[in-house]
Design a protein around this ligand. Structure first.
Ligand code: NOJ
Length: 575
């Protein structure tokens, strides 16, 4: 299991209200208790923090807010001593505009690094710097145009994210070489791999054509930069230059918004030497319309359809990553679960549903506690650049009212995931002795790690058991997946099946009677809702008398077969 730490919100050690590297070190034992294998650190590099560290001004240094390179080395050693591996966030679709590379690039049109970024003149016939004169009509991910006019040199630079995140030009081999060298430097320092930020956006269609306009003034450029023409070539080159031949066991995962299953297979087929796995976005796109602010209720059949297709699509070649949460997504218990009456049961049920799929599970800090959305009610409480950018763009353009946007942000804002981890019931939840950079959720008095570690029935202990099962029971990690009852709107059901090889022959060369191959099978049943549900009889046929491997409710084994209570999940096993 990979556990994501968002350092800013994990643990503060020096009272400045912002989490830091020594703070992470103080809390490593929590991760060990959970059974974590790998820790993914969101960016801790030197950064102006325009996008909380996803805007990097020096790839080979630590931001003073988080500590020093010595703190980093100490954390790495402390993690390794506990058997934890550490994966860095690699943010190389763009740098910060304060990176030395960009400062040089913007210095003049003839600078040797000019071509390291995407510079273009104004649209033909338009006055540079005037509205609509951008080289194309692409909208940035954070609202507004994807181009910034640079008066000094009279050209625009491309930024798919904020204007402080200029896109690097991967067409230039010197850019690629510089990135490879930097990655090698970190691997030599002892890190165990990379989570690659929006890595499928690094290759753009030459010509940068206008995109379709769905709303407002800007167009959707994604068809021209999502999994673009040279992306596989770039990743294969990276693999050759950085990873090939290294003796250590490394982990690579590409964040790939808009990736299709076909491309997912190409990215993750081990024989192609690109990345180990990708984060796809389909299942976090089914509860809203074309914009994430157009929020819709979840239909369970949509979730089954998308998960089912990815499970089948990557069954033979490729590998899935499994996630509900990260620093960009609202909290799952508030999103697809019930963060009121059924918070504990629904957090467990959703965890069970996800962790019994085939793939590598990711847990985002606080998810293992069943932490909930932030519950902010005023725009002043938000700090996230995406939330603020879209709020102002949509309200100013008259696409939504302030009230509508506040409702949407309450459901979908990235800040929902970024409130500090709730360690205990004390003031500021044990996160800091200072003033937290983002408000601590008041519910930390009841939802916190200290209380959950002391309670065997907690969400924390349930996650711990799920992680242990994956380590100990091969069918959980490796078994084939088969979806059942795809049209049922409340019960999520599937099987996992693994044929176990026959034990080796005895020393006399004679196979023992027990040597015939056997089959291990699981039936996973989850009630995704607050009303009792009958499990369709055809799903249960043949499972009479099977043992309960794990369940959200303690007394599941004793219950009348075939009925699931509110948010009840159970895994049956027969072998
Ligand atoms: C994806 C990251 O997860 C997100 O937090 C960030 O804003 C963008 N990439 C830009 O780096």
């Amino acid at each position: 299991m990979v556990y994501q730490v968002y350092p800013r919100s994990f643990q503060d050690s020096d009272g400045d209200g912002i989490g830091d590297l020594p703070g992470i070190e103080q809390r490593l034992d929590h991760l060990v208790a959970l059974g974590v294998d790998v820790v993914w650190l969101s960016p801790v590099y030197r950064s102006p923090q325009d996008d909380n560290g996803y805007d990097i001004s020096d790839y080979q240094d630590i931001d003073p807010m988080f500590g020093t390179l010595e703190d980093f080395d100490r954390l790495l050693t402390a993690a390794h001593d506990r058997g934890l591996r550490v994966v860095m966030d690699l943010v190389v679709n763009h740098s910060s505009d304060e990176h030395a590379w960009f400062r040089e690039s913007r210095a003049s049109r003839t600078d040797a690094r000019r071509d390291w970024y995407w510079w273009r003149p104004a649209r033909e016939g338009m006055e540079p710097g005037t509205p609509g004169a951008e080289p194309n009509n692409w909208r940035s991910f954070f609202g507004g145009p994807a181009w910034e006019y640079d008066e000094a040199t009279g050209e625009y630079y491309l930024h798919l994210f904020s204007r402080k995140q200029p896109d690097l030009n991967w067409e230039n081999p010197d850019v690629r070489r510089a990135v490879h060298d930097m990655m090698t430097w970190w691997l030599d320092r002892g890190v165990d791999g990379f989570r690659m930020d929006v890595i499928n956006l690094i290759s753009k269609v030459p010509g940068l054509p206008d995109g379709e306009v769905h709303y407002g003034a800007y167009g959707d450029g994604s068809p021209y930069y999502t999994s673009g023409p040279r992306v596989h070539e770039f990743l294969q080159e990276m693999h050759r230059e950085v990873f090939a031949g290294r003796p250590e066991k490394l982990l690579t995962v590409g964040e790939t918004p808009g990736v299709t299953i076909e491309d997912g297979v190409l990215f993750t087929d081990p024989e192609r030497h690109e990345v180990d796995m990708v984060f796809q976005f389909e299942h976090v796109g089914i509860d809203h319309g074309s914009s994430k602010w157009d929020v819709k209720p979840l239909r369970l059949t949509d979730l089954k359809a998308t998960f089912g297709r990815w499970q089948v699509g990557l069954a033979e070649r490729g590998w899935n990553s499994l996630y509900w949460n990260n620093h960009d997504q609202p909290r799952i218990v508030s999103r697809f679960g019930d963060d009121g009456e059924h918070r504990v049961a629904s957090a467990k049920a959703l965890a069970l549903l996800l962790h019994l799929h085939r793939g590598t599970p990711y847990v985002y800090q606080g998810e293992e506690l069943g932490m909930t959305n932030a519950g902010f009610t005023s725009i002043d409480q938000y700090q996230d650049i995406e939330s603020l950018g879209h709020f102002h763009e949509l309200v100013d353009a008259g696409v939504a009212t302030e009230e509508q946007m506040l409702v949407a942000l309450r459901a979908m804002s990235r800040d929902n995931a970024r409130t500090p981890v709730q360690w205990d019931a004390s003031e500021h939840a044990g996160f800091t002795t200072g003033t937290p950079w983002l408000a601590v959720n008041p519910n930390h008095v009841t939802i916190n790690a200290e209380a959950e570690r002391a309670d065997d029935g907690s969400v924390f202990h349930f996650y711990r058991r799920l992680v242990a099962l994956r380590h100990d029971v091969p069918v959980v990690a490796l078994g084939d997946f088969h979806m059942l009852a795809p049209d049922h709107e409340a019960v999520y059901a599937f099987t996992r099946t693994l044929d176990l090889p026959a034990p080796a022959e005895g020393p006399d060369g004679v196979a023992s009677a027990a040597s015939t191959a056997s089959r291990d099978e699981l039936l996973v049943l989850v009630n995704v809702g607050g009303a009792e549900q009958e499990v369709p009889p055809e799903v249960l046929a043949g499972w009479e008398g099977a043992e309960v491997l794990i369940a959200t409710h303690d007394d599941a084994a004793a219950r009348r077969a075939g009925v699931l209570r509110a948010w009840e999940g159970v895994v049956l096993r027969r072998s």
